[in-house]
Unconditional design. Structure first.
Length: 298
């Protein structure tokens, strides 16, 4: 039985990683955190005591948002793992590069006797790069922190070696195992906030005085229906209403109705959606609405 031969590997004399790789996971985490906070606040914002505040609808949107955020994390983590494995290294025989992008791995090997010169660029002392010039080839440019160290070492070694270079990298994710407990804390905090919002929403909705205003108000052939969930319908005053919402101003004792309706020009067969609004005075004594010299009663 033949024994499998282990491939020969050698450690690089100098290894350079992609610029900012040491802080890329922190940048991604901050970005994911900002997306998470901004998206959650945007979803749950609004007057929680309003009849039109759709709490369960917002919970559903939050769940969809979390799924999308997780997919974004997987994509970012994929690019991050590619960046972690990408390297430029120096041996006594060659300059060797491994580059990773999604679905692709590329290797570049430049013998030392093919290199004409090496230069470095530091832009604002932060954006650092090493440029390796070679015979009849485009220069190899690599953005890395230790570009000066790489350049200094490159000039010291000119011997040849055919052994494969070992890419020693730490296989890690943006969210490390030590950080999983913090992710659980964030998940528990989010669940607690959602439950608290649900409790507040339940009591504010149940004791909301606007619920008493709900009902059907009529004036001759005209009808306005105010529902307890904040929606409404209009008959007679406006035709072809497709969407209608109402709110109550306690200070001015006025009901504001915002609606959308469809209409078409006489010369066109296509309909257009437009928005409109109306403000009605509410008389608590006889539970009536007044609008443009019209008195609507229950």
């Amino acid at each position: 039985m033949k024994k499998e031969k282990e491939s020969k590997k050698q450690k690089a004399l100098v290894t350079s990683r992609v610029l900012f790789i040491s802080v890329l996971d922190k940048i991604y985490l901050v970005l994911l955190g900002l997306i998470f906070l901004g998206g959650t606040i945007s979803i749950f914002k609004g007057n929680i005591s309003s009849l039109s505040y759709s709490f369960w609808g917002k919970v559903g949107k939050e769940l969809i948002f979390l799924v999308i955020l997780f997919l974004i994390y997987l994509l970012m983590n994929w690019f991050y793992k590619c960046a972690v494995k990408t390297m430029l290294c120096l041996t006594e025989n060659e300059v060797y590069k491994e580059a990773y992008v999604p679905f692709k791995r590329a290797e570049t090997s430049i013998p030392l006797n093919k290199i004409t010169s090496v230069s470095t660029i530091n832009f604002f002392w932060i954006f650092r790069s090493i440029i390796i010039h070679q015979y009849h080839q485009f220069p190899l440019v690599f953005m890395t922190w230790n570009n000066q160290e790489f350049k200094d070492k490159l000039n010291e070694f000119i011997t040849k070696d055919t052994e494969k270079v070992e890419n020693e990298y730490q296989n890690r994710n943006i969210i490390t195992e030590n950080m999983y407990k913090y992710v659980r804390y964030v998940a528990l905090a989010l669940a607690a906030v959602v439950v608290l919002l649900g409790i507040v929403r339940f009591f504010t909705y149940m004791f909301n005085g606007e619920r008493k205003l709900a009902g059907t108000y009529t004036y001759e052939e005209n009808k306005i229906v105010l529902s307890k969930n904040g929606s409404c319908s209009i008959e007679g005053l406006v035709d072809d209403v497709t969407d209608c919402k109402w709110t109550y101003d306690r200070d001015d004792k006025e009901i504001s109705i915002n609606y959308e309706y469809e209409y078409s020009y006489y010369y066109s067969r296509y309909t257009t959606t437009s928005k409109g609004s109306m403000t009605l005075s509410y008389n608590a004594s006889d539970k009536s609405l007044e609008y443009s010299n019209m008195k609507f009663t229950k």
